[in-house]
Write a protein that binds this ligand. Structure first.
Ligand code: FE
Ligand code: FE
Ligand code: ZN
Length: 295
């Protein structure tokens, strides 16, 4: 079965069951969510009964709960140690996120490696390694380092960056990679030759480390270092290149997650994008057609 999902909400009442129901309503077979607002660290208690209900419902649909993914909030920055207090806060908050993942029985969490904010690449990377070694000490959850577009002083922009971090992490069982097609494009990779990217990962790190792929088109040309996602097929990557990635045999067991923008910042596009992907037929009027159906 095609392992294709999208980013969904998580609210404090329905929790992961609500997230799953939303994903199912889009025709998704997996999903990704933040355990609270991505831009802050306010987090409520995980309701274990909702976890059980979600697992049971997925089983009814013959879907695999073990492929569900959490995304860490982007205020966590493990690269910047200039303010020791903030650095330690990022580490402690990430530890708590891992605990929440354990309670949710979600065993992979996507993390932006961090931005060095003037400390320089090498210091930033060492900070990330040190932080990960502390955080992962007795973790049951795998941290998937996301490849970034290279906005500002972001790290993890190349496969070599990611390799350097993973090489420094002692707990190899609980570290991995999340590719983001928009970020790869904006960082300078040619995602229309995705097998070459997978080959490079396999040679340098090992393809078994790949735990998730974010499927997004990009509003900007290759190597623009911008990180602005576009709807499936409507950006500079285009429908056929993205479709090839979704259906790449080497990614069969890897959850592929859409993080494409809401239409008019209001309407989730995922049901329509997933439908288009399943039909394998490009709808150049995707946005107009979504509006027609929701308005
Ligand atoms: Fe991300
Ligand atoms: Fe992403
Ligand atoms: Zn992005």
């Amino acid at each position: 079965m095609l392992l294709l999902g999208c980013h969904v909400n998580f609210n404090k009442d329905s929790q992961v069951l609500g997230s799953l129901e939303q994903a199912l309503s889009y025709g998704a077979t997996t999903f990704m969510f933040y355990t609270g607002a991505p831009q802050n660290t306010v987090r409520g208690k995980i309701k274990l009964d909702k976890v059980e209900e979600a697992k049971a419902l997925m089983k009814d649909y013959s879907l695999d709960y073990s492929k569900v993914v959490v995304h860490a909030p982007y205020i966590i920055n493990l690269a910047n140690s200039k303010d020791q207090e903030k650095y330690q806060f990022s580490i402690d908050f990430l530890k708590q996120e891992l605990k929440r993942c354990e309670e949710l029985e979600v065993f992979q969490i996507v993390l932006h490696p961090g931005s060095h904010i003037g400390l320089g690449r090498d210091v930033g990377i060492q900070n990330i390694i040190n932080a990960l070694n502390e955080v992962l000490q007795d973790s049951k959850v795998t941290i998937l380092l996301e490849t970034m577009a290279g906005k500002g002083t972001e790290l993890g922009v190349s496969i070599d960056d990611i390799k350097e971090i993973i090489d420094g992490v002692h707990h190899k069982k609980h570290i991995g990679i999340c590719l983001d097609t928009c970020h790869l494009n904006d960082a300078g990779y040619d995602v229309s030759h995705f097998d070459e990217i997978l080959d490079e990962i396999d040679e340098k790190i090992g393809l078994s480390f790949l735990g998730c792929v974010h499927i997004n088109d990009s509003k900007n040309p290759r190597e623009s270092h911008k990180d602005r996602h576009e709807n499936f097929g409507l950006g500079t990557i285009g429908f056929h290149s993205l479709l090839d990635i979704v259906y790449n045999k080497r990614l069969d067991d890897v959850p592929k997650i859409l993080e494409t923008p809401y239409v008019d910042r209001e309407f989730p596009p995922y049901r329509y994008e997933i439908e288009m992907i399943k039909k394998r037929e490009f709808d150049e009027n995707l946005i107009e057609n979504i509006k027609k159906q929701v308005l």
